[in-house]
Design a protein around this ligand. Structure first.
Ligand code: PGA
Length: 257
């Protein structure tokens, strides 16, 4: 983390978990734990159907609400889809784009990621752009080549002045939901690499202001060590964000002195 130049953001990614009833129960248990986060911003990305309830439930707290995906068009014949404008209109602040599960199961490509990033920014949302390699790619030694390609595609056509709103999440696919975490050195190496790519494109001032999270089995035990790395500015948390006490422990790790 480097709080001098950029925000630390701890974001939960609920994926396809929690009914409306469970969302309410989570808010009831979690809000009392939230003794005003000192330095980090807290975000909860929840299923579309629970967005409005979550926004209402966390209205008087420091928690911002995010969606887990969006379409790249603002309106049209796209049955089952939700546009960035629709999300913005109900008070959504963040949107996860290019999560590996969407790349794997729903045909998300680097081209659609780029379109969605531009559409989200246009609508006034803050994209959390996910990038990350598979185990095979890591073993082949092409991690940084792949990450560089993903980052440059995602940012194609994004002007420097919009970069203040962009968040990256480095999520090695082999660490997601597996209980296997990247070492803090591995996380730092790739997060630093992402910042270098941003620096080459936009210059040092923009690069140092961008929040770059790590995601992949982050939990209360490993969060402190990962977040102590200079270029790891937060976490995108799946499993551990479903439990109020565990999610809070990670937030506390981000509020370390
Ligand atoms: P995990 O998920 O924390 O359960 O590994 C992270 C993510 O997919 O964003």
């Amino acid at each position: 983390m480097n709080r001098r130049y950029r925000k630390t953001i701890i974001a939960g990614n609920w994926k396809m978990n929690k009914t409306l009833t469970e969302t309410k129960a989570f808010a009831e248990a979690f809000k009392p734990l939230l003794n005003r986060p000192k330095w980090c911003e807290v975000v909860l990305c929840v299923p579309y159907v629970n967005l409005q309830a979550a926004i209402r439930l966390f209205k008087d707290s420091k928690v911002s609400i995010g969606a887990e995906s969006c379409h790249y068009e603002s309106t049209g014949a796209f049955t089952g889809e939700v546009s960035p404008e629709m999300l913005k209109d109900i008070g959504v602040k963040y949107v996860i784009i290019g999560h590996s599960e969407r790349r794997q199961y729903y045909n998300e490509t680097d081209v659609t990621v780029n379109k969605k990033v531009k559409a989200a920014l246009e609508a006034g949302l803050q994209p959390i752009i996910c990038v990350g390699e598979s185990l095979e790619q890591r073993e082949m030694g092409v991690t940084m080549d792949l990450i560089s390609y993903q980052v440059r595609c995602a940012l194609s056509g994004v002007p420097a002045e919009k970069m203040r709103k962009v968040v990256f999440a480095y999520e090695p696919i082999w660490a997601i939901g597996t209980g296997k975490t990247a070492t803090s050195a591995e996380a730092q190496e790739v997060c630093e690499g992402i910042r270098t790519i941003i620096r080459k494109k936009y210059g040092a001032r923009v690069a140092r202001s961008v929040t770059i999270q790590y995601g992949g089995s982050m939990n209360p035990k490993n969060a402190f060590e990962l977040l102590s790395q200079p270029d790891v500015d937060g976490g995108l948390i799946g499993g551990a964000s479903l439990k109020p006490d565990q999610f809070m422990d990670i937030i506390n790790a981000a509020n370390q002195e």
